[in-house]
Design a protein around this ligand. Structure first.
Ligand code: NAP
Length: 507
């Protein structure tokens, strides 16, 4: 049963008068619950509680924090259909996706719980003293990693579970010993409240300090701005638009005490299709990519938005076939009317540029928030002359660039901004040309994929989900996988500290 209220620590609270409702995009109508935007007093209370909770939470054992994370996973599963029904009613995504994303969310929580059962994640190091060293004795120095303090997490619109209230940012921050205040996404506040209730139940059952978690609602940037500006907030995690991530980054940098903002933002994820793939495997590649481009209505940060090819007759045939296969997939619902508006307007920006041809687009009457999947094409020289073609069209859209030769294809890669992923589709006969392409991609992306699709991000130790700006605000870190914990910690050294007073992992 949802209430529309904020969780300020363990207490439900609704002191304000401003409310918003979520939208069922499939039915194109508002859902019934009114959600109360947090007041500045409630924002302040949540951060103050988190600051108090930090004093306790930072020092409890890894085992206790792991129990908390596992209890969150259990409570999320206990919500059962209530959660998946709410998810579907606020996102337009199908039941299979709701269940899959719930599984991933629970899996991430349990993976971080396992990680913190030992102290290895802190990368502890010990340099023992050498009292006899000349000309000066060497001190005993031991280094560990400690949590930063209260973290604000902005829930992502395109993953109502796995990158939201109890998603990867929250799981990794709680694992590290940081309390979390979630700025719930206004498009799925009901899903957010249900998951928040699971976290609060888990916190109470496992004896966590009040304030270790809060869930704050709001829209129109007011609440997000207040949270990032609060002096007791020490870091921010964000997934969303470039404009939003950049605005929050700037806000954090302007504070008297600047704080890190780990923003995962836009990406068009270039895919290089080498000539021998077009020669030998055109049809199967078109099938695979029509499916990847339309997966989840194209609303993935790793959606393949840019295909890079070498021009030729066979390439023209491949692009035509890809367009036919993409358009033949039944149109699907987008997350929200605003996301649909962005898809249409950004699609128009790209397709109205000189030299861009729409090769295939879903035509005719479709339901209001459903997407018209589109494949467009342009020459390498026109692409190079016009940065507007780099615009992210968030949804089932891909632009195929036809370069005149490999040199121009590499120039196209060099002209791109930072990206999350780069993919190479190649046959053995293409291998001699790959090192130059791989080098060019390495400067631009965080993950390179061979003969696959960029959609689908494994949660594991070796995953990098991040990349040079604007794919993310700090390319040294990943937002997915166990390495994500490193965003919320800082190195800390003990010098000549009495052994009996050192933390366990440093003794
Ligand atoms: P968004 O507009 O970036 O908003 C995400 C969150 O950030 C919201 O909670 C929003 O709060 C907050 N926010 C944004 N700008 C802010 C500012 N200037 N000050 C304070 N808070 C701010 O993203 P979205 O609503 O999820 O989707 C909009 C578009 O972003 C999509 O159409 C898509 O193009 C892109 N997007 C990209 C990815 C990706 O992975 N590449 C993922 C999701 C979305 P309020 O609700 O209070 O405004």
């Amino acid at each position: 049963m949802i209430t529309g209220k904020n969780y300020i620590g363990n207490q439900l609270s609704a002191k304000g008068a401003t409310t918003h409702k979520t939208v069922n995009p499939k039915l194109n109508k508002e859902n019934p619950t009114a959600f109360f935007q947090a007041t500045s007093e409630e924002v302040n209370d949540a951060v103050e509680l988190a600051d108090q909770a930090f004093k306790v939470y930072r020092n409890i054992s890894g085992k206790q924090r792991a129990d908390f994370l596992n209890a969150i996973a259990d409570e999320i599963l206990a919500l059962d259909n209530e959660l998946t029904d709410m998810y579907m009613s606020e996102s337009g995504l199908p039941e299979g996706r709701a269940q899959g994303e719930r599984g991933r969310t629970v899996g991430q929580l349990r993976a971080f719980a396992d990680l913190i059962l030992t102290e290895n994640w802190r990368s502890n190091t010990i340099d023992e003293a050498i009292p006899t060293r000349q000309p000066f004795p060497k001190s005993d120095i031991r280094k560990t990693s400690i949590p930063l303090g209260p973290v604000v997490v902005f829930a992502a619109s395109n993953f109502p579970l796995a990158f939201s209230t109890a998603g990867g940012d929250t799981a990794s921050a709680l694992a590290s010993g940081c309390p979390v205040i979630v700025k719930s996404h206004a498009m799925h506040s009901g899903t957010g409240e249900l998951v928040a209730s699971a976290i609060i139940k888990a916190a109470e059952k496992t004896g966590m300090p009040n304030g270790v978690f809060s869930n704050i609602t709001g829209s129109g940037r007011v609440v997000g701005t207040a949270l990032v500006k609060h002096p007791k907030v020490k870091a921010v995690g964000f997934t969303g638009s470039i404009a939003g991530g950049r605005a929050l980054y700037n806000l954090a940098a302007e504070r008297e005490e600047p704080i890190p903002v780990f923003a995962e933002m836009g990406s068009i994820n270039p895919v290089v299709v080498m000539p021998n793939v077009i020669k030998n495997k055109a049809e199967e590649t078109a099938v695979t990519y029509a499916s990847s481009i339309t997966l989840g209505t194209g609303q993935f940060c790793t959606n393949p938005g840019l295909l890079l090819t070498i021009a030729g007759e066979k390439t023209d045939d491949f692009v035509k076939d890809l367009a036919e296969k993409t358009v033949a997939i039944a149109p699907q619902c987008m997350l929200h009317p605003n996301i649909k508006d962005g898809f249409v307007s950004n699609g128009e920006i790209v397709t109205s540029q000189p030299g861009v041809e729409i090769v295939g687009k879903v035509e005719g009457n479709i339901e209001p928030n459903f997407a018209e999947s589109t494949i467009a094409a342009v020459s390498g020289s026109d692409f190079l002359a016009n940065p507007k073609m780099h615009t992210e069209v968030f949804g089932p859209f891909s632009l195929v660039v036809k370069a005149k030769d490999q040199g121009e294809l590499v120039e196209v890669i060099d002209s791109l901004e930072g990206q999350l992923t780069g993919t190479v589709l190649a046959e053995k006969e293409d291998f001699t040309n790959l090192p130059t392409i791989a080098d060019a991609l390495q400067s631009k992306v965080g993950r390179i994929i061979f003969n696959g699709v960029p959609t689908g991000v494994e949660v594991c130790e070796s995953m990098t989900h991040g990349g040079p700006y604007p794919a993310s605000s700090d390319s040294r870190f990943t937002a997915v996988g166990l390495g994500a914990i490193k965003r919320w910690i800082r190195p800390f050294s003990y010098q000549d500290w009495p052994v009996e007073l050192l933390p366990e992992g440093l003794k």
